[in-house]
Ligand binder design. Sequence first.
Ligand code: ZN
Length: 133
Amino acid sequence: MARRKKQRLIQRAPNFGGFMPFGVQHSQGTEVVLSYEEYEAFTLCDYESMTHAEAALLMEVSRPTFTRIYSGARQKLAKALVEAATIRIEGGHVLMATRWYRCSSCQIDFNIDGEAAVGSCPLCRTECVTLNI
Ligand SMILES: [Zn+2]
């Protein structure tokens, strides 16, 4: 029996679904699917400038596992840039570090510490829904 993949901890999911290159027809274009853990690994190293060891701790995976996730992300992003592929960000085996909510009215994303129940947006008081991952 195959080993079940352990969930990776991510701080938050991106609030967009992906990217599309300019100037190419995409009816039959290439598409790259980046998982949430790959997006998180890329973000932690290349945007937040963390070391692999620091990022692995934050995602609660071993350093070699982190390096494998990160390398996969870099390879997919390189393919997308070179081949003008669409990038879709979805899926993966992730657990959110904190619960994030999106206001259906003003579209802001916010989180609340602890187990407090969320009833409404802190900005406009509209009823909110959890982010969808
Ligand atoms: Zn709101």
